[in-house]
Write a protein that binds this ligand. Structure first.
Ligand code: ATP
Length: 272
């Protein structure tokens, strides 16, 4: 295992190049929800999407969020990433309470401290791979850290594709560009919403492998929503949601173990 410097470590905790899961889950929270609720609509059309959620996403750990359709996965991710407001409780990135931030500060926090990877790769077609990777930093007027960029590009295996435009790259390669773009600015946490949902299983495995490497070797923190037990098995930990609540938490998951839990929830949902 490679020992490397943490990309971001505001609390100054020692990083030994190992995921927090390996220490039995003891670590510093990169993001934390406390009694977080999210209610959409009012009166008869009211939907409680999140119901007093308490969860911590540890630094240098890869967490998958799973659960049936409508269980609140995307809502939780959006609330934790500052993309959606919350109805009550608390959502923090590091020590920053998101509910205290007005639009401008929230935009800055998302730009400077959070990385995103979506199902659609969201690359600009006229820019080459390298330009796409550095775009968010160019917009923010920040100079990329050359050594870090080299490491990221090497980690995602794009060194010989940097001059290619998105339409000259496979789906898997395009998503690797999106992963590199998210990593380049050294965000405190990366949120992925079904990042491999549009990829064939081989490209998906590649991208998940790179995400896992970014956690193991670069000390990145990743939280990913997925429906796929095989994808979830790349994570250090799987958090299961049902009806807006956390119903289970599995460490060092295997695809079979994840599948078993999902079946158990389905059976419970059918009999309740
Ligand atoms: N903008 C919205 N307005 C009203 N209700 C919403 C809105 N967004 C989500 N919901 C509701 O909140 C609940 C949780 O939705 P969410 O999209 O978070 O679930 P999910 O687990 O991500 O589902 P899926 O796996 O199908 O993407 C659902 O009942 C959904 O209908």
């Amino acid at each position: 295992m490679t020992t490397s410097t943490r990309p971001h470590n505001p609390a100054g905790a020692p990083y030994q190049g190992m995921p927090a899961a390996a220490h039995g889950g003891v670590g510093v929270a990169a993001a934390r929800a406390t009694d977080l609720s999210k209610v959409y609509g009012q009166g008869e059309t009211q939907v409680v999407a999140l119901d007093r959620i308490n969860v911590e996403f540890m630094q240098a750990e890869f967490t998958a969020i799973m659960g049936p359709s409508g269980s609140g996965k995307s809502t939780l991710m959006h609330c934790m990433a500052g993309l959606d407001s919350i109805s009550s409780g608390s959502a923090r990135i590091g020590d920053t309470e998101l509910t205290d931030l007005k639009d401008k500060k929230l935009t800055k926090l998302r730009r400077d401290r959070v990385g995103f990877i979506f199902q659609a790769f969201n690359l600009l077609p006229t820019l080459n791979a390298l330009e796409n990777i550095t775009l968010p930093m160019d917009i923010a007027g920040r100079k990329p850290d050359r050594a870090w960029m080299d490491k990221v590009i090497h980690t995602v295996g794009l060194a010989d594709r940097l001059k290619h435009r998105p339409n000259q790259l496979s789906g898997g390669q395009q998503q690797r560009v999106a992963v590199a773009r998210a990593l380049a600015a050294k965000p405190e946490i990366i949120f992925g919403d079904e990042p491999t949902g549009n990829l064939d299983s081989r490209s998906g495995a590649e991208v998940l492998g790179f995400l896992r490497n970014s956690v193991r070797e670069l000390g990145q923190t990743v939280v990913m929503v997925t429906h796929d037990p095989v994808a979830a098995a790349y994570a250090d930990r799987v958090v299961f949601l049902a009806d807006g609540r956390i119903v289970d938490d599995l460490r060092n998951p295997t695809a079979d173990a994840v599948l078993e839990r999902m079946k158990a929830f389905d059976a419970r949902a059918r009999t309740s």
